[in-house]
Write a protein that binds this ligand. Sequence first.
Ligand code: MN
Length: 441
Amino acid sequence: MLNETHDPALRSWVVGAQAPDTDFPIQNLPFGVARRRGDDAEPRVGVPIGDQMLDVVAALDAGFVGDRDTDAAVAAEACRGRTLNDLMALGARHWSALRLALSRLLREGSAAAAALDADPVLRRRLLVPLAEVEPMLPASVGDYTDFYASVHHATNVGALFRPDNPLLPNYKWIPIGYHGRASSLVPSGTPVQRPSGQTKKPDAAAPSVGPSRLLDYELEMGFFVGTGNAQGTAIPIAEAESHIFGLCLVNDWSARDLQAWEYQPLGPFLAKSFLTTLSPWVVTLEALAPFRVPAYERPAGDPAPLPYLEQAGDGGIAATLEVWLRTARMRAADAPAVRLSRGSFADMYWTIGQMLAHHASNGCNMRPGDLLASGTVSGASPEARGCLLEITRRGADPIQLPDGESRTFLEDGDEVTLRGWCERAGARRIGFGDCAGTVVG
Ligand code: MN
């Protein structure tokens, strides 16, 4: 549902929020956690606005969020910790009230704008340049689950291993997923240490141990559970979205050589668990309301979702997602990054609501701050393949880069940046901010 916070005509007194290409206009207002660089400053809950970050608790303490005990003030009070978990646990009514209060605070002509004009010290307490903060993980993630929700990705990858039978028979009935590793989630910018592990060449008699040679990225969207469910109860599909706080970009770094040897019969393990990168700002579902679209249209002949997965309304999200690569040689030559792919999150076979409802359908309790990720976002066209395994067909078709280099998988010094944004006529463009990591040997 759209409300006054989505009005494309809204302008902020934070000048950078008007830049046409900013990810963070006043219509976005995502939440994250960051601390000022260069000192031992405490992590603070922040909301990026243009090229600045609003300190939510500083705004509350300055009296700009509303009277005590209002939903907005209670929600801002929950931001005193070092994570978003307490805010996530409050639920959609409180998230929405805080968003509205922050939108009004940041609008041109607000009382806060006048007060801060007259008080530069207070202004510096409330607003920090984004260039001066170090983003951290937005939440303490108790559990992390990774899905496999792109039928294009599943088909492309399946075809590499089973050319005659790429898609397994369960795929169109059940959102496939596996339990990931929460401890190795890191914020954007964290170096990506190349993992070592067991690999076995097809013609070798025994495996060997060493650094992965087939290191890959996976372009994914993640979503955070807000309010949870009691163990033994399900989350009905009609209520699933009200349990979702918001979305961020996820890079599920993957060692394909480790994966090929270890994955049967229980699925991914050490090939994935070494590190997963998140973009630091969580874009709320409410901010994404103008960009909701019908769920992916299943081709004729595909089964309809079973009743517990049958979702009314627009289950899809029209977000454009890109992968950019900058090698060490490109950095040394001051050459720009090159785009490797562009796809849309609207092309996913399963929606975020279906993934969450399915996850809880056996009575599994979800908790505030749990992270679910979509799986690699790939589309029907070759330009929309969200990992190198698909783009290079497991190394058979190397990518030629503009400077003469080529790639089958990632090399040391390669920087991979995921970008995502939503845009349509009649709405203000909003973005997710970068999700970046550089491979180190
Ligand atoms: Mn994945």
